[in-house]
Each structure stands twice: as C-alpha cells, then as structure tokens.
Design a protein around this ligand. Sequence first.
Ligand SMILES: Cc1ncc(C[n+]2csc(CCOP(=O)(O)OP(=O)(O)O)c2C)c(N)n1
Length: 649
Amino acid sequence: MIKVLDEIHTSHDIKKLDPEELERLCREIREEILATVSKTGGHLASNLGVVELTTALHYVFDFPRDKVVWDVGHQSYAHKLLTGRRDRFYTLRQYQGISGFPKREESPYDAFDSGHSGSSISSALGMAEARRLKGEAGRIIAVIGDGSMSAGLAFEGLNQAGHVDQDLIVILNDNEMSISPNVGALSSYLNRLMTGQFVNRFRHDIENFLKTLPGIGKSVLRFAKQAEESLKGFFMPGLLFEELGMKYIGPIDGHRLDYLIETFQNIKKMQGPILVHIITKKGKGYPPAEMNPDRFHGVSPFFIETGEVKGDSGKSPPAYTEVFGETLCQLAEKNERLIAITAAMQSGTGLEEFARRFPDRFYDIGIAEQHAVTFAAGLALEGMKPVVAIYSTFLQRAYDQVLQDVCLQNLPVVFALDRGGIVGEDGPTHHGLFDYSYLRHIPHLIVMVPKDENEFQHMIKTAIECPMPVAFRYPRGRGAGVERESPLHLIDIGKGEVLREGQDILLLAIGSTVYPSLFAAERLAEAGIQAAVINARFLKPLDANLLCDWAKKTGKVITVEENVLQGGFGSAVLELFQERGLSSIQVKRLGIPDTFVEHGPQALLREKYGIDEKGIFKGVMEMFEEERSESTHPSRLKPSLNRALLSPK
Ligand SMILES: Cc1ncc(C[n+]2csc(CCOP(=O)(O)OP(=O)(O)O)c2C)c(N)n1
C-alpha cells in the first residue's frame, strides 16, 4: 500500500489530505521515526510526542512564510520528515547527514538553529517584531516544552511578549517531563491546570480555614459560597500567562489532531500574543518509551522489539559519568556538607544514585543553569560544599554567575563539567569545546582535567577538599580501562606529571589527549624521534616550572587539546613561554581551529581535527619536516650569503 508520507514533499502537500489520511500520516511518521532512531540513536520520546502537533501545524500554517521555532529542537524529526528531508532521513545524526536539531543551512523550513533550552520565545518574538517593522505578513510560532519553559530565558521572552503585544503564538507542549519528571513551581502549576484540581483544592482549603474561625467563620463562608463563581473566574486556568499579557488557550489534548487543527485555525485569525497549552505523552505510540520516557529521551541504537540498547555488553570500562556519580556518593558518605546540584540532567550527569541515597542533599533545579550556579554560591557561603554537575556546553549559559557570584567571592563551589570536548552526534550545539577558553581567565578558579578514570576520582576528592572554586572537565564516553586505586588521595594543585622522557620534542597534553600523545610518542620512537610526554593535569594553574624546564630541554613543543585553540591550553602555554622569556621555543598547537565542529562520531571528528594519535604523530613529523626544509631555504642561509644572493648582479 502506498504510504501517505511518500506523497509529502513539501509542507503544502499536507493541506490536500483528508482527516483519515492525516491520521494515517501520523502513524507513518511514528513508524519512520522509530525505525530510523532505532538504527541511528537520537531523541526518540520527545519526537513521538509531537507527531500530531507537527502535522496540525503544517496543515494549518503556511511554512516557510510562517515560521515555527522549535525550542531545544530535539523534537523536530517529524518536521524534518514533512519538509522534504524524508529521502535523507536515514542519515539522521550521521556524519554529513541530517542534523538532529533544526539547522537553517539544511532547510528553509528550519527557522532558527537550536539545541539549548529556552531560546524559542525570544527568537520568535524577534522575528515577529522584524516582520512588523518591515510590514511583512506571516505568523511566528514558538513550540516550547514544559521543561524548557522553566528556563529563565523563556520567562524573559514571555515578559517582553506580553508587554509589546506582538502577534506571536507560543505553544506550550506539556508532557510533565523534562528529561526526568519535571520539577519546580511552574511544573506544579501546569499540573494543577491539567487536572483542574487547582480550583477545587483552593476552595477546599479556604472552606476548611473559614470553618476554624470562631464566630465569623460561618457567615464568611456563606459569603464565599455566593462569590464562588467569581472566585472560580479569578483562578481560571492559565491565569499566570494571562497576567503576563498572553491570551491563554487550553489545556488541549495534543494527540487529537481534530482538536489541534480546529484550535490552530481559530488562533490563526486572532491577534496579539497567544499561549496554547497542549498536553502530550512523551514516547506516544511506542510502549517502551511511554513507560520509560527518560531512558528514551536520548537513546543509542536499540532493538525495536524489546527496547534494549544494541551492543551494550556492560563489560567495557566505566563511563566517566558513572565514575563521577560513584565517587561523589563515596565522598558524600563522609562529608555531610557535600551537596549535588543538577539542572535537569540527573541521569545524564550520573546523579541518580546520589539522589536516591542523599535526597536531602540533592537538588534538581530544572533547566536553569544560571540559577544552579548562584544557588551553589549561596550554599557555599553558608559553609556547604556544593557540586554543580553540568555539561560543559550548558555552563556557557552561566558564565557570568561563575565569574561574578562564585569566583569573585572565592567561594568553594565545585563545577563538574561533563561532556567536555567533542560529544559526537549531537553536534555543534552540544560539543564542549569552549570551556578551557571561558574558564581559564577567571581569577581564583582552579581547572583540572583528568587523563583517565583513576586520576579523575582523585581529582574529584581534591576538588571537594579545596577551599577555592574548582572545575574539573571530563569527556563523554568511557574511561581508559585503568585500575581505580583505593583509597582516594589528593593531587597536588598545579602539578603536572612527566609520563615519558625524550630529548627531541615535548608533547604537552591534557585530558583526553594524554593517551593519544603517549601512543604517538611510541610510534615516533620507531621513526627515530624521542618525544617527552607531559600530562598537564591542570589547565590552571599550569605547572609552570615543569613545563618550562622540559621545553628548554627539547626546544620544540607540541600542545594538544580537545578545545578551540583560541584562548585554550596551547594559548596558555604560549603566554607562559612569553612571560618566562622562552619565545625562541618552537611551539605548534593542535586543537580545534576557529570553527564550529559538525556532528559525527567522536573518533572520526578527533581524527579530522588532528587530535588523535595519528594527528599528533603527523603534527610532529610535519614540524620536523618544516624545520628540515626551512634549514635549506635561502632565508635561513647565513645573512652575508643571503644578501649576496639578493644583491643585483
Ligand atoms: C540550556 C540547556 N540545558 C539543558 C539541556 C538538556 N536538555 C535537552 S532536552 C531537555 C528537556 C527538555 O524538556 P522539555 O522542554 O519539556 O521537552 P521534552 O523533551 O519533554 O519534549 C534538557 C534538559 C539543554 N538542551 N539546554
């Protein structure tokens, strides 16, 4: 049987479908997403939850003249399937394939590049304002989840949207989930709207209260009953949004295509800022994802029949995230002041066990990274030891709080930066390639980077016991497979380690580039080049004496880092050499050039950017070749000879 989806090449083709065909289309989209994500991995549950919403939007609105901005963008797969990318959908998240997030360069239907939560309302409002200023028509729609709505940025957008009274449609996709169940006051508020219990509970509480008042209680209660209708009116669903200046519509069943279409057709004719509250189920249509939406939020390739992840033998070395979670629990047993904070990434940062064992000392504060950091500052000020566990890419949002609220006051907050470096298939919005550069220059802050899981656990202990702000940064993926020593011990702050001696060149590595540098050094030895290898361990403070002594011994240095070169580890080494009068040392820096790194497998991208064993080997060989060719170049000949060559005959 021919699929309806086969006939959809642009958004306009959907408009020709009848209700029965639209329902079939939704089923086919779900099948296609499930079949693809089971092979490629990706954000399954969120996408299955918005199939009807996406279909209804494309049926009613005229994209790309109208625009839809997907918040985070992890739920845009159905949108991609309906906008001419079905043929390439099998390449989802693959190197040079379709991105897992909206990308303007990929399609004119992708209105805004996203990946981080909470930006949709602000960007959509900006577009709507621009349309007004240019006198152009077209509706702008922001689709935002209840989790992302807790981001400060989303509130900042709402605040302006209600105020400027601009035509803007905000669709609040409420599935009661962030990655884990959603938390916070906004989430409880939405919950009450959904169940309708808000009005009832409020009335019940008031009645009980009034009955307790001697004498006057009963008459007030009578009055209150008369006023019940107006009370109800006052506590109408959506009051919060109405107060912010939005027209509130909902809650609407987000899996009823007919309701959605009718609602969108109506609001298309309305003006001003409108908030449509829809209720959806994360993972809709695939029972394993419906039952475990957090496990299927972002998932590796899996077997559709069982939901089991493919190729996970469980025998590999532990992931850094696991080592972090385990070590933190171990330390928390002995330190009652140790507190863990996550911004809606409880499982992603390995804190599930901590949350279970130390519920009083665990805070999931929602998608609110800025708040996480300043909240930690307050805790530290009162003598607690807060650990903010956060992905490197998401701490970008809280740069000012790290600087202003923590480091300026030298407060002993610990930043556990997971997913540092290249993260792989999530791509440019998620690579943690900027943290060396955005942390290195902040006074008081110590920055550590482990080479393996053993060093990592000792670093965690070191950070917890340090009376200053400390960040440690570790990669996505598994450790090196080394033994983890017990008991944990402290690492000397600012001390690197020489892992290999050699007189020809110094390889200065940090974090994930240490082992590849060691392996490259072994290959170089076979080629007759003796390379020394130093594990810097500390990005800040650098082990200045050790680095300079060895640089003087070899005269040649290659720095290797999984970070952008601008302002990173290599830059720090160059600054050090300049300060110490070692400018004559030949330095080559390997790292990420001035670009945003695309999505693709970690190993492939590390190879592409020359920071794996092969790239380091090549970098050294080129340095020696350049030197050889330079030593025979005319400009390198003795000045007198050089002048003679240049002087006219
Ligand atoms: C600033 C930021 N912090 C954290 C994340 C990680 N993250 C991706 S999706 C998500 C949950 C979003 O929940 P919601 O908006 O309700 O969408 P749903 O997945 O439930 O559809 C989180 C925490 C992010 N993308 N951006």
